[in-house]
Design a protein around this ligand. Structure first.
Ligand code: ADP
Length: 536
């Protein structure tokens, strides 16, 4: 027997239609690539997304065609999120920080037919244009007054394209399992792999991520996503904002501590989100300038493990801290960590212990850990194994592969992360599988060691990698970026660690560097460190 309820497909266009109907006057504020602040409302964004859909039709873009963006977090990028997917085409958000050879690879692999480019990235595309096999149209995301001189063939102007359309357009209805977006993994080893989100998976992810136990935002909030719209859908915030009606403040290309602080303070931002390094940049700026963002009530961090000192620094300013875990293949949010009523009696320090964990799976997501033979391990807070995940917004295969081909025999997606799961279901990532250090047959977690090092007041960023060792197999090597204006020494780091970690965890070598290399998504690039220091 089937249920007798309406079979309304879960489509991305329904989100912006909702926002324009019930939160029509709510603002979307952008610091534009051209410089000035741009303001408009969900009603305006809806109309312009429809104009964009019409313009795509005139460019001969149809159902299932891939349309790439190389762009910052701006209102125009938001219109592409809705206009492209809404009309049945597939938005491929491209990470401009990819190596040029990988940029060419992903644009050809996804068979992108049109390319929408922010002014900043025009030179990047000019340099690789001869290698692009499928792109028919290059559109520069600006107005006529700012159109650059470019060698991109037949380059079109975004605002001119929209101005030619009237927006009298009905969003089409189609199967909710239709592809809506493509995002490639960062490709730290080999070529990037394409994850293909569907309308259904993106809408369900937006519902899951909007639960009060996940990202608790309401129409009274103003959210500034530093997490880029060119990677993992900016954690689904462009969809969640339409669903929940909070104000969006989009930072465009200025992501430094001073630029973000100025915009957040001026716009009364209440919640921000990004990788830990972005938040470190904010805190550094606040310390140096004596400023802050009085309206900020919550900092949301994901993409890499936050350190205790990061969480405490926000708490000291009266700002709540929310931590989440996910990956490109999980849309991206898999878990979030918030305190529950059961944590009320804990001391402040114990509360931070809880908040450092990656948290509970969003409703709809299931987790388990397995040993090297794929056998499930208990959720006892002690057994460590590889994390596997299932759920309606988890990838089952990569672009071009057979459905289900990314899963094991029992239908689980292997994450490549090592973790323990506590008896209350809370996930704690111990490391990436490839970053764990096996010394004398015992494991050393690089994350744990980094966390202790960053409690040293003169340490800004720390990264631990394994180096081969004749006797012990592998030993930890510590790379440290000192805080600005300090005179940190190797000896002081080692002295600080002594007594705080087991003796055999102490790094054999400490290297001080001006800047630890960050990858395409703002995370510490351990592969680079391994290339430089990971010798025998
Ligand atoms: P890439 O870094 O290759 O672009 P993703 O953006 O998909 O890929 O990153 C996913 C990985 O980032 C996870 O598998 C995990 O190792 C790491 N990660 C994400 N969030 C956290 C977190 N809160 N704590 C620790 N590691 C995290």
């Amino acid at each position: 027997m089937y249920g007798l309820m309406m079979d309304t497909p879960l489509l991305i266009s329904s989100l912006i239609e909702h926002a324009s109907t019930v939160f029509g006057g709510t603002e979307i504020v952008t610091r534009t690539v051209e410089g000035p602040i741009h303001r408009y409302t969900w009603t305006d964004a809806h109309l312009r997304s429809k104009q964009l859909a019409q313009a795509l039709q005139t460019l001969d873009i149809h159902d299932g065609d891939a349309v790439a963006t190389v762009a910052w977090n701006t209102h125009r990028h938001l219109e592409l999120y809705y206009g492209v997917s809404g009309m049945g085409a597939v938005i491929h958000t491209v990470n401009p920080r990819l190596h040029p050879s990988q940029l060419v690879y992903v644009l050809n692999h996804a068979k992108d037919r049109a390319l929408f480019i922010d002014l900043t990235f025009v030179p990047l595309l000019e340099a690789v244009q001869d290698h692009l096999q499928t792109v028919k149209h290059f559109v520069v995301m600006t107005d006529a007054a700012h159109m650059p001189k470019t060698t991109l063939p037949g380059a079109l102007c975004y605002e001119d394209l929209l101005a030619a359309e009237d927006g009298a357009y009905e969003w089409p209805t189609f199967d909710e399992n239709t592809a809506a977006g493509i995002c490639y993994t960062s490709g730290t080893t080999g070529n990037p792999k394409g994850v293909v989100y569907s309308h259904r998976s993106s809408v369900l992810h937006a519902y899951g991520a909007s639960l009060p136990s996940a990202l608790p935002l309401s129409p009274g909030d103003a959210m500034l996503p530093v997490v880029p719209m060119f990677h993992v859908n900016a954690w689904g915030i462009p969809y969640g904002a339409a669903m929940c009606g909070y104000r969006l403040v989009l930072p465009g290309p200025r992501l430094d501590g001073a630029g973000l602080t100025e915009l957040m303070a001026a716009e009364g931002v209440t919640v921000c989100c990004g990788v830990p390094t972005v938040h470190l940049g904010l805190l550094d700026h606040w310390r140096e300038s004596g400023t802050g963002v009085p309206s900020l009530r919550m900092a949301t961090v994901g993409g890499a493990a936050p350190t205790r000192s990061l969480i405490e620094a926000f708490h000291a300013r009266g700002i709540a801290f929310l931590h989440g875990w996910g990956m490109t293949e999980t849309s991206p949010i898999g878990t979030t960590c918030t305190l529950s009523a059961l944590d009320e009696g804990l001391t402040d320090e114990q509360k931070v212990d809880v908040l450092m964990r990656q948290g509970r799976p969003l409703c709809g997501v299931r987790l388990r850990i397995v040993d090297a033979f794929g056998e499930p391990l208990p959720n006892d807070g002690e057994a460590m194994g590889e994390l596997q995940i299932q759920g309606p917004w988890i990838c089952s295969a990569y672009l071009g592969d057979e459905p289900g081909s990314a899963l094991d025999d029992e239908g689980w997606f292997p994450t490549g992360d090592m973790a323990v799961i506590h008896p209350d279901g809370i996930l704690q990532i111990t490391d990436r599988k490839k970053d764990l250090i096996k010394s004398g047959g015992e494991w050393i977690s690089s994350l744990d060691l980094e966390d202790v090092v960053t409690r040293h007041p003169e340490v800004s960023v720390a990264a631990v990698i394994a180096v081969p060792h004749e006797k012990w197999g592998e030993r930890p090597l510590l790379v440290v970026q000192p805080a600005q204006g300090t005179s940190l020494s190797r000896e002081s780091v080692l002295e600080f660690l002594e007594g705080q970690v087991a003796k055999w965890w102490l790094p054999d070598e400490v290297v001080l560097v001006d800047a630890i290399p960050l990858g395409a998504t703002g995370k510490v690039q351990k592969s680079k460190l391994r290339e430089t220091y990971g010798r025998a």
